[in-house]
Design a binder for this molecule. Structure first.
Ligand code: GDP
Ligand code: MG
Length: 196
């Protein structure tokens, strides 16, 4: 589990020759310390010993890999650049560039949950008329005893903000695969409804 070899069993690693498969830009947002980089590493197949599987760029904050969802292949480029520097330019760039967004908070940190709402509002402002797929993620679900935000609060927030919701544990790799499958499905749904 988590090793390069076992990771390729449920996902096809892009060789760059499958130019026909769709490429989706997914951007991670959320307060410092909520687990964005941890989720990105799990997604990118960086195993617990830190050996990565060539899905990561040199700077270490962009990951690309392709996944098969519902028997169809899609490539995702995952950007973990929200905290790269504090420039307003970068933040605005992040808000503009994504085909989909993952807004992360920690279930052990109420203020990160409140920050997630703010980010959702900012995103809506930046992309007014667009119906961009967003998933609200309550990470660190393994930390049962220090939980400050219930799953009910998370899903109620997602209803208000018209986005999907999932709780994950990057540490236990729990629900991380489901999260990215969900992102791909949502992007496909919105794309299909646009084309009609
Ligand atoms: P970022 O600032 O959002 O990129 O957060 P990081 O990925 O750097 O994680 C911040 C800290 O939280 C690190 O010490 C991680 O090991 C820890 N962490 C991240 N995800 C989880 C999780 O699901 N469970 C637990 N228990 N700790 C986590
Ligand atoms: Mg980080």
């Amino acid at each position: 589990r988590g090793s390069c070899a076992s990771d390729s069993s449920d996902s096809v690693i892009s060789t760059g020759s499958e130019s026909e498969s769709q490429l989706y830009k997914v951007v991670l947002l959320g307060e410092h310390g909520v687990g964005k980089s941890s989720l990105a590493r799990v997604f990118g197949g960086v195993d617990d010993a830190g050996h990565d599987c060539d899905h990561r760029d040199e700077a270490g904050n962009t990951y690309d890999r392709s996944i098969v969802v519902d028997e169809e292949e899609s490539s995702i480029v995952l950007y973990d650049i929200w905290e790269q520097d504090n420039s307003q330019w970068l933040k605005e760039q992040c808000m503009r560039m994504g085909d989909a967004y993952i807004i992360v908070y920690s279930v052990t940190d109420k203020s990160s949950f409140e920050k997630a709402s703010e980010l959702r509002i900012q995103l809506r402002r930046a992309r007014q008329s667009e119906n961009i797929p967003i998933i609200l993620v309550g990470n660190k679900s393994d930390l049962v005893r220090s939980r400050e935000v219930s799953a009910d609060e998370g899903s109620a927030c997602a209803v208000v903000f018209d986005c999907k919701f999932i709780e994950t544990s990057a540490s236990l790799h729990h629900n991380v695969h489901d999260l990215f499958e969900g992102i791909v499905r949502q992007i496909r749904l919105r794309k299909d409804s646009k084309e009609e």
